[in-house]
Design a protein around this ligand. Structure first.
Ligand code: FES
Ligand code: FE2
Length: 349
């Protein structure tokens, strides 16, 4: 496999997910997005801001500091910074001294659908792109579960894993899906859609059928379309009408990738449930949040093991050729390299 693919960068001019909204409380939070340490914090009105995570005074992390009003205070000597990144206060400034003319970078950031989205590229382009969004997060008809992926591998391995539905073999024990057959691929400059026909173990059409998530004996295999889409830089999948899954990416560097896998079970089939009061439906949604946790965490740990082994094998022997039969992965590799400003070479096909 080519070195170009396994070491290529990301297109910075997209919205990436760096944290869940619930992770950011009163304390600033340090994150890393493609080599850039960034501090995110909530001001006194709970509005989110993002700054370079480096105090210009002695270059320590601002994320060790604290929030005062809408300013971020460095832990070391207490210099304070506005959300625009200007140094606006030094506690020991003498009468004749001026504030240092140092400014750190402020990055576009927004909170949407339960996650914090950050734009690490050219700030002037941020308004031209839209975050992917997760509309099911607030929708009363969807039960969510989130699993965090942390893998010691280039993000291309994770995307390939997610787009190659033939790896249901790895998860047989969890009964996620089986018997995938690739039917169609559509691709353009920013997305790849792969349509498989597969068999699902679950059919969520009666209220009791939610219990299929917990009791394997209630499951019945049946054929369903399985669609997986790489909508750069994130991934979305639907299995029949019942399940929707997102993978929201935060590539950390060439050898580390963080991502949030967000699984939704649909309650769309329960028409009578929809007539009940909103407060009750919200209660049902909240009470069932995380109901697929064991399944999702299990799938993630199996995938991460394979992905990290692939990465390690590549590091041990970069010239070693591997074999690929899934046509969707050729499209995925082309997209990754195009977005990174590189071209597919013969080793990537
Ligand atoms: S290092 Fe931040 S105030 Fe001194
Ligand atoms: Fe998997």
């Amino acid at each position: 496999m080519s070195r170009a693919l396994r070491s290529c960068g990301i297109d910075l001019n997209h919205w990436y997910v760096v944290a869940r909204s619930s992770e950011l409380k009163e304390q600033p939070l340090g994150v890393v997005l493609w080599h850039q340490p960034i501090v995110i914090y909530r001001d006194c009105d709970a509005k989110i801001h993002a700054l370079e995570d480096r105090c210009p005074h002695r270059l320590v992390k601002l994320s060790h500091g604290r929030v005062i009003g809408d300013r971020l205070e460095c832990a070391y000597h207490g210099w304070r910074f506005s959300f625009a990144g200007e140094c606006v206060e030094v506690p020991y400034l003498e009468a004749k001294q001026k504030l240092p003319n140092c400014r750190i970078r402020a990055l576009p950031v927004q909170e949407l659908d339960g996650f914090i989205w950050l734009f690490p590229g050219d700030t002037r382009l941020a308004h031209l792109q839209f975050p992917l969004g997760v509309p099911e997060w607030e929708h009363l008809n969807y039960i969510g579960t989130v699993s965090v992926i942390n893998c010691a591998a280039h993000y291309s391995y994770l995307i390939e894993n997610l787009m190659d539905m033939y790896h249901g073999h790895l998860h047989n024990h969890y009964q996620a899906w089986t018997g995938a057959v690739l039917k169609e691929i559509c691709e353009d400059t920013h997305r790849v859609d792969a349509l498989y026909q597969a068999e699902s173990y679950y059919r969520i059409d009666k209220i009791w059928s939610i219990s299929q998530l917990f009791f394997p004996t209630l499951r019945r295999l049946h054929s369903e379309p399985l669609k997986v889409s790489y909508i750069y830089p994130h991934w979305v999948s639907t299995l029949g009408e019942d399940f929707k899954i997102y993978c929201l990416l935060c590539p950390v560097n060439q050898l580390a990738t963080k991502a949030y896998l967000v699984h939704f079970t649909s309650l769309n089939a329960f028409k009578r449930l929809h007539k009940l009061p909103v407060a009750f439906r919200q209660f049902v949604k909240n009470s069932l949040f995380g109901s697929a946790q064991k399944l999702l965490d299990g799938l993630v740990s199996q995938d991460v093991q394979m992905i990290e082994e692939e990465q390690q094998a590549h590091l041990d022997c970069p010239e070693q050729q591997s074999y690929e039969l899934n046509r969707a992965l050729v499209s995925v590799r082309r997209l990754i390299l195009n977005q990174a400003g590189r071209e597919l070479d013969k080793n990537d096909t």
